[in-house]
Design a protein around this ligand. Structure first.
Ligand SMILES: [Zn+2]
Length: 124
């Protein structure tokens, strides 16, 4: 699967977002090392801070199905990932992130998205 195909899967997933408050639909499609695609969408809540981003729903779903950090190759997102999701992308060890930003398609590594990040090595 190409990055463009994965981004198309994220686009299709975004149509299933639950975003009645912002109407900002986001989709995320994650390609695993064994070739599976796990999709997520943003899920909002009337108590606004409780909403969850598409990236986090995708990775939460993947982890629930048995995947672990390092099992992911690419995450494709229909929008630029927020700061919190950049931390998640780093934690999940995805190799690269492909996302739309201002009409461009951008490819970056988690380290480029979140330099000098916090990780488990700081907890020792
Ligand atoms: Zn986010």
């Amino acid at each position: 699967m190409t990055d463009q195909e994965l981004l198309a899967a994220a686009d299709a997933a975004a149509a299933r977002a639950y975003a009645p408050y912002s109407n900002f639909h986001v989709g995320c499609a994650v390609l695993t090392r064994d070739g599976r695609v796990v999709e997520g969408v943003n899920v909002e809540n009337a108590a606004y801070p409780l909403g969850v981003c598409a990236e986090r729903t995708a990775f939460s779903r993947a982890v629930s199905e048995g995947f672990r950090p390092g099992d992911f190759v690419v995450a494709a997102i229909t929008a630029s990932p927020c700061g919190g999701c950049r931390q998640w992308l780093h934690e999940m060890g995805v190799e690269r992130v492909v996302f739309r930003n201002g009409g461009r398609v951008v490819t970056m590594t988690p380290n480029e998205l979140l330099p000098e990040s916090f990780d488990s090595s700081k907890l020792a």
